[in-house]
Design a protein around this ligand. Structure first.
Ligand code: NAP
Ligand code: MG
Length: 477
């Protein structure tokens, strides 16, 4: 039996999107030097939301100079307890303005309001609260008696969790006494610009946070700028590699959080209904635009049939459509370019002999959409089993023994996350110990907490964000 849902749209009235946005440099919004602007669109409707300034090298230089001055004159000398007051204030304002931020995030990114409202924005606020608590306790963080900030941090973030990635980057940097220049992704700049207003509202000293919008070239100018002491990047492995090359031989410290191809391993003794929810959350949360997505399902052969049957049934109930509808499970793909990448890899999957299945569901006429998709008959050599698709596409493989599960799970150039589903606690510990993944979830998936370190092995990058560990990337010791 399936239910019909009446539309339950969240109102857009709470956000007031300005038709044009400047760069946030030294505490104020300024025009870009050469006047270049680009557009941010709503991927669910293709409507142009706003024109945003594209920062050129001269603008990046202005931002880095402002950050340097703020570091040397104000922020780097301020007692930790005073920095904490600002961070607590920012955390509170994010919480107070959470509905506005959630609606804006969903409009600019395409993610369901249920997720931006219940996950992205509350977690962003929680990150500021968490790191505010460290600001006056750095000498107890385990990095020596007198850990010092690094200086100016260049931070480049992707489009999949715009506000949350901003919080992951800015909160620990500021808590440790650094100042920042952050570049949001070209397709999702709007919540970062609202965050700039929040910095003003919090009375944050000018230059401590600078936001330079633009495309990849702006990001490159920022990370290559000689005046930055630290580079923090989240995004594709390809760009991550280029950044690693460009900072090699310079004194810059660098952390990279790159892609993933996580195995979600379901053993025959797993609680099946719970596992089905975890598989769905693992790959269809945020349209699968998640670096730690459970994009490879490894299911024990003895239960493969019933699991797949239950999974297809559950996928048939997913509601795909308007991100602002409170009943929507799967929203819009973030951009035409990303939709093209997902289509391309899915076609490769079919051409290589895997079998695709999607539930019947109507898609809106405008915007960028992709049906939740399941591939069976996948072998380890297939590209859809090896490459990050970054979309709502699950590749299913089977295994017979725990040893085979571990071998297949680790057979990837990535190593960001993994999931284990079993009733046996001893098996959870034994398997987790053998998985080469920075995060291993047991009988759950895609759970995030500011106190918990996150990061990868191998081509998934290096360094950790979150928790006490996340401070280390912003401290000299
Ligand atoms: P990307 O190009 O790596 O973008 C990430 C960020 O880096 C964006 O802000 C981007 O700006 C910027 N950037 C691009 N080129 C740069 C350069 N040479 N130097 C410095 N910064 C640069 O990723 P994408 O093109 O958005 O997505 C491509 C693929 O990357 C996806 O299909 C997915 O597989 C993977 N991805 C992974 C994550 C993750 O969380 N690990 C996140 C996003 C994407 P623009 O936005 O203007 O390009
Ligand atoms: Mg957009």
């Amino acid at each position: 039996m399936s239910f019909e849902y009446a539309p339950a749209p969240e109102s857009r009235a709470i956000v007031d999107i300005k038709p044009s946005h400047g760069l946030f440099i030294n505490g104020e919004f300024v025009e870009p030097t050469d006047g270049t602007m680009f557009k941010s669109v709503n991927p669910a409707t293709e409507e142009v939301l706003s024109e945003v300034a594209a920062a050129g090298p001269h603008d990046v230089d202005r931002a880095v100079t402002a950050a340097r001055a703020a570091y040397e004159k104000v922020w780097g000398r301020m007692p930790g307890a005073t920095r904490a007051k600002y961070l607590y204030r920012i955390a509170r304002i994010i919480a107070e303005r959470s509905r506005e931020l959630a609606v804006l995030e969903s409009i600019d990114n395409g993610k369901p309001i249920r997720e931006s409202r219940d996950v992205d924005i509350p977690l962003a606020s929680a990150h500021f609260f968490y790191y505010a608590g460290w600001a006056d306790k750095l000498e107890h963080a385990g990095f020596g008696p007198d850990p010092r900030p690094l200086g100016v941090a260049a931070q480049v973030i992707p489009w999949n969790f715009p506000m949350l990635m901003l919080a992951w980057k800015i909160a620990p940097a500021l808590a440790a006494g650094n100042t920042v220049v952050l570049k949001p992704a070209e397709t999702t700049p709007l919540t970062a610009l609202l965050f700039a207003e929040i910095c003003q509202q919090a009375g944050l000293p000018a230059g401590v946070v600078n936001i330079v919008t633009g495309a990849g070239e702006t990001g490159r100018a920022l990370v290559e700028h000689q005046g930055v002491d630290k580079v923090a990047f989240t995004g594709s492995t390809e760009v991550g590699r280029a950044i690693a090359r460009s900072v090699a031989g310079t004194p810059k410290r660098v952390t990279l959080e790159l892609g993933g191809k996580a195995a979600n391993i379901v053993f025959e003794d797993a609680p099946i209904d719970q596992a089905i929810e975890g598989i769905v959350n693992g790959i269809f949360f945020n349209q699968g635009h998640v670096c730690c997505a459970g994009s490879r399902l490894l299911v024990q052969e003895s239960i493969a049939e019933p699991v797949l049957e239950a999974l297809r049934r559950r996928m048939s109930q997913l509601r795909v459509g308007d991100p602002l509808d409170k009943n929507t499970d799967v929203g819009a793909i973030n951009s035409a370019a990303q939709l093209e990448r997902i289509r391309e890899l899915s076609e490769v999957g079919a051409a290589e002999g895997a079998e695709a299945w999607s539930p019947a569901c109507d898609l809106p006429d405008r915007g960028y959409w992709f049906r939740p998709t399941l591939f069976t008959g996948v072998s380890q050599a297939h590209r859809i089993a090896r490459e990050e698709i970054f979309g709502p596409v699950l590749s299913v493989l089977t295994f017979r023994t725990p040893a085979e599960a571990v071998e297949k799970a680790n057979n990837t150039p990535y190593g960001l996350s993994a999931g284990v589903w079993t009733e046996k606690g001893s098996r959870i510990l034994a398997i987790a110990d053998q998985l080469r993944a920075g995060v291993v979830w047991a009988n759950t998936f895609n759970k995030f907490d500011p106190t918990s370190p996150f990061g990868g092995y191998k081509e998934s990058g290096y360094g950790r964000e979150g928790g006490r560990h996340g401070l280390e990337a912003y401290l000299a010791h």
